[in-house]
Write a protein that binds this ligand. Structure first.
Ligand code: G3P
Ligand code: MG
Length: 259
């Protein structure tokens, strides 16, 4: 069964991702969640990327994993989502990784959209809200994606650990494909997945097995795992029938390995 013909819980949206998805861009070889990381992954043959998106205090959408700026920028331990874009845009998000990336900026979502559309890259946008900003971030991401990918057949997959963020995205742009991220199989996740009409469930990799893959497929959903960096684990999950794996090991795991 090809990706395009498998049934979709969210309606007409096509499944937008190949089997291998580079985590945070190629977020170990280059500073995570920057355009440099996407480019590095593309140089290695990757055609799809996962990244984390949040909202600034004045409503701009930009890529960052952590709540604070401390680990991956020179902005100190301030909460990123409490600053305006004018301040965030001047930060160095590359030097922490290595000197050749000094001055690499935090990318705004519109820059990521331009690169993805120009290069034909697939995208898994993880909605990673600042605590307390879940619904606003989910709604803002959905509005922006609808506008930025207008006319594209392959839309980004919007994923989140936070059902409130996905619900807000669903309310604003129900046509966009959504995925529920699961760090544990918490009580009620399946009912929430139904309510959110997700096209995929993306689990922490040890949670996935053939029975869960079959259960997801029977519900018309894809089964995807994060973050798989071990060859034996990748083989186990492929044998279980998963549809995609998110990896940091962008050199070892070739995007040419497609199912
Ligand atoms: O989207 C999958 C994965 O990125 C979730 O975990 O913490 O790396 O964003 P994290
Ligand atoms: Mg992520």
């Amino acid at each position: 069964m090809t990706p395009a013909t498998k049934s979709s819980a969210a309606g007409a949206a096509l499944w937008p991702l190949p089997f291998w998805i580079a985590h945070r861009g190629a977020g170990r070889l280059a500073p995570e969640n920057t355009l440099a990381a996407f480019r590095r992954g593309a140089e290695l043959g990757h055609i799809a990327f996962e990244c984390d998106v949040k909202r600034s205090a004045d409503g701009e959408l930009f890529l960052l994993h952590d709540d604070t700026l401390l680990r991956t920028t020179d902005g100190g331990d301030r909460v990123a989502g409490h600053l305006d874009w004018n301040e965030l845009s001047r930060l160095d998000a590359g030097s922490w990784h290595s000197p050749i990336y000094a001055g690499e900026p935090l990318p705004r979502l519109d820059a990521i959209a331009r690169a993805c559309r120009a290069r034909g890259w697939g995208l898994n946008l993880e909605i990673k809200p600042t605590p307390g900003d879940e619904a606003e971030t989910g709604a803002a991401v959905a509005r922006a994606v609808r506008r930025l990918w207008q006319g594209c057949a392959a839309l980004p997959l919007l994923s989140s650990f936070r059902p409130e963020a996905l619900a807000a995205a669903q309310a604003v742009a129900p046509e966009l494909p959504r995925a529920l991220l699961l760090h544990t199989l918490w009580d009620g996740w399946s009912d929430i997945a139904d309510r959110l009409a997700v096209v995929a469930v993306v689990t922490h990799h040890p949670l996935m097995d053939a029975a869960l893959v079959q259960r997801l497929h029977a519900a018309g959903r894809r089964a995807v795992c994060y973050t798989v960096n071990d060859a034996a684990e990748a083989q186990r999950l492929q044998a279980a029938g998963v549809d995609g794996l998110i990896t940091d090991e962008v050199e070892r795991f070739s995007p040419a390995v497609q199912r």
